[in-house]
Design a protein around this ligand. Structure first.
Ligand code: PLP
Length: 266
């Protein structure tokens, strides 16, 4: 927050005006959540637009723990929500929520002789005036139908389960020798590294890459890798409705087996 305030100040000193802040409501890399309440304070004061990237984390507001973690998201001017992540729906069903819908029509409404007249005050929502697309797919149906059929409850329960699974995985992994959880799960993503004594730098990166390959080769779970503070890091992201406790047990088992495998080779 201090850095943000300094940057706004720097802009002002240079005769510019900062107008937009994007806060993370669950990063892809580690699921990190920023203090959205504090961001909202600054944005209010400085008259800046606050956008929250809740693409992978936003729907956790459906759960009690997520709501605490994401406090302040309700104060944002706009929020990205990917139903194809947080609601487990088919790919290509991302969403953008905007507090002031007029800001979207101001940007995207189009007028041409061949387009039927449109009354901005009518109750009918014409999405082609709200988004860059004119000829567009009816993506809303893919969200509406599952919610109509199942109600929101199973989604809420599922998201709560994913948070709990990430917590269980973290607790189990912390018991494994020389494995460090480098990013605790604020939501359902965590990052870890095998960090045996005396192994550093590129050698450590290589070891963790080998470990990731060894785990995935077993074919029961699929973990992915990323770079954190310039070091290769393994990440576990629990965000499928098919993932349950047994899979977390497999994951921890395969992590241990993977470590045995690559350390036996050496
Ligand atoms: C996935 C993701 C995006 C990109 O969204 P797509 O729907 O894949 O285009 C943006 N931000 C975060 C935090 C994400 O996890």
């Amino acid at each position: 927050m201090d850095t943000l305030e300094e940057m706004v100040e720097e802009d002002r000193a240079a005769g510019k005006r900062s107008f937009l802040v994007v806060g993370s409501a669950g990063t892809t890399n580690t699921g990190a959540v920023e203090d959205l309440d504090a961001l909202a304070e600054i944005c209010n004061r400085e008259d800046m637009w606050l956008h929250a990237d809740g693409a992978c984390g936003g729907f956790f507001t459906l759960t009690e723990k997520g709501r605490k973690q994401l406090a302040g998201i309700e104060r944002c001017d706009s929020v990205t929500l990917d139903t194809h992540k947080g609601l487990f729906l088919p790919y290509g069903t991302g969403a953008l929520l905007v507090r002031d819908g007029q800001s979207l029509t101001r940007t995207h409404a189009i007028d041409a002789d061949y387009i039927p007249d449109w009354d901005p005050d009518s109750e009918f929502v014409d999405f082609s005036h709200l988004s860059p697309e004119l000829s567009r797919d009816f993506r809303g149906l893919r969200v509406w139908l599952p919610l109509k059929m199942h109600s929101i409850e199973p989604f809420r329960t599922n998201l709560g389960e994913k948070l709990e699974l990430a917590r269980i995985a973290t607790a189990e992994i912390k018991n494994i020798d020389h494995v460090r959880v480098v990013a605790e799960p604020q939501l359902s993503t965590l990052a870890l590294r095998l960090n045996p004594p005396g192994v550093e730098g590129e050698e450590l990166d290589k070891l963790n890459q080998e470990l990731l390959e060894a785990i995935n080769r077993r074919g029961r779970v699929h973990l992915s890798g990323t770079t954190l503070n310039d070091r290769f890091t393994i990440r576990i992201s629990v965000l499928s409705f098919r993932t349950h406790e047994e899979h977390i047990i497999h994951c921890v088992e395969d992590l241990k087996e993977g470590i045995n495998e690559i350390t036996a080779e050496e």
